[in-house]
Design a protein around this ligand. Structure first.
Ligand SMILES: NC(=O)CC[C@H](N)C(=O)O
Length: 311
């Protein structure tokens, strides 16, 4: 299988795609991004890397950071985390507030905004926001093995000024006692995580531990136990695309996590870590062409967690 030719073909097909979705405009700093951008990066278990399109261009990873935040928080507080955040798909939009009322301020899962805000509260622990943010940056740099990954302060600032729904979610959960720190401090941490800027290549590198039973192949060190890596993948499959998670599992059949910046991280356990990026979103806030590209990739490779022998 010539993966380099496959990614090149997919990038060429995506360049011609007529329906590119619409970039998120509720975060002003993201609204102006050119919908013609498309990048794809695959890092295989043996370290081979295949890039096409705008794979080296940095974009705002947004909710994909929720995977890295969950990983860090599980390391910090362990399975107690699940007392404050659930593990069920929400079936609602990423920024929905409706379930919080009947479910006593416990978010359905760590990959919707409410859940990730609780995770940010846990990572804040007894630290200053800048320390928690610095820890995340160091973590992601170590996962990718690249020191030039940064947080886009302008994107974080824009969300601090306009993120009224996230403020509402945070205050609502604080009223239930499920946020332990002041809302502005927690959201400062959450928005800076979302504002991590990475290329497809860097993101695919950062995701390697999820294809490699919790070990970062770049360093040979364990990031999480094999069981935790499996569970994070399970949550990505069931919850990583919000109310589009079922559709993503049906079309792509891999654990995946999307962000409103138009990126998707997808994992083929034992085989590959994949990142795609195209800023136009579908109605559920997931990358329109990113999803299509992954669908074409799995058709050509046979990759699926539901048929590990194929491909
Ligand atoms: N789906 C997303 O990527 C959402 C993240 C975004 N920063 C928000 O809080 O609204």
């Amino acid at each position: 299988m010539d993966l380099s030719a496959i990614v090149a073909d997919i990038a060429a097909e995506m360049a011609e795609a007529p329906d590119r979705g619409k970039p998120a405009d509720y975060i002003p700093a993201l609204a102006g991004i050119d919908p013609h951008r498309f990048g794809i990066a695959i890092v295989e278990a043996d370290g081979q890397c295949h890039l096409a399109g705008d794979a080296e261009e940095s974009f705002s990873i947004q909710s994909i950071s929720k995977v890295f935040a969950l990983t860090l928080a599980l390391g910090a507080v362990g399975d107690q985390l699940w007392r404050r955040v659930g593990r069920e798909p929400s079936g609602t939009a990423f920024n929905s507030i409706v379930q919080l009322e009947t479910e006593s301020g416990i978010p359905r899962n760590p990959f919707i905004n409410a859940g990730a805000i609780v995770v940010a509260d846990m990572l804040l622990g007894g630290y200053e926001p800048r320390e928690a943010i610095g820890e995340m940056l160091r973590f992601v740099r170590a996962l990718a093995g690249e020191d030039d990954i940064v947080i886009d302060a302008a994107v974080a600032q824009a969300e601090m000024e306009t993120g009224h729904r996230n403020q509402a979610l945070a205050h609502y959960m604080r009223a239930f006692g499920n946020l332990h720190h002041p809302v502005d401090r927690v959201l400062g941490v959450y928005f800076h995580f979302c504002a991590l800027a990475m290329s497809c290549r860097q993101l695919a590198l950062a995701g390697r531990y999820l294809m490699a039973r919790g070990v970062n192949p770049g360093t040979g060190r364990s990031v999480v136990s094999p069981q935790r890596a499996r569970r994070i993948n399970a949550l990505m499959m069931s919850c990583g695309h919000y109310d589009g998670s079922g559709e993503f599992a049906f079309r792509v059949g891999l654990p995946g996590k999307s962000g409103v910046g138009g990126g998707i991280l997808a994992i083929v356990p034992g085989r590959a870590s994949i990142a795609v990026w195209s800023p136009g979103l579908n109605a559920r806030g997931n990358s329109q062409l990113g999803t299509l590209a992954l669908e074409r990739l799995v058709q050509r490779t046979g990759w699926s967690v539901f048929d590990p022998q194929a491909g």
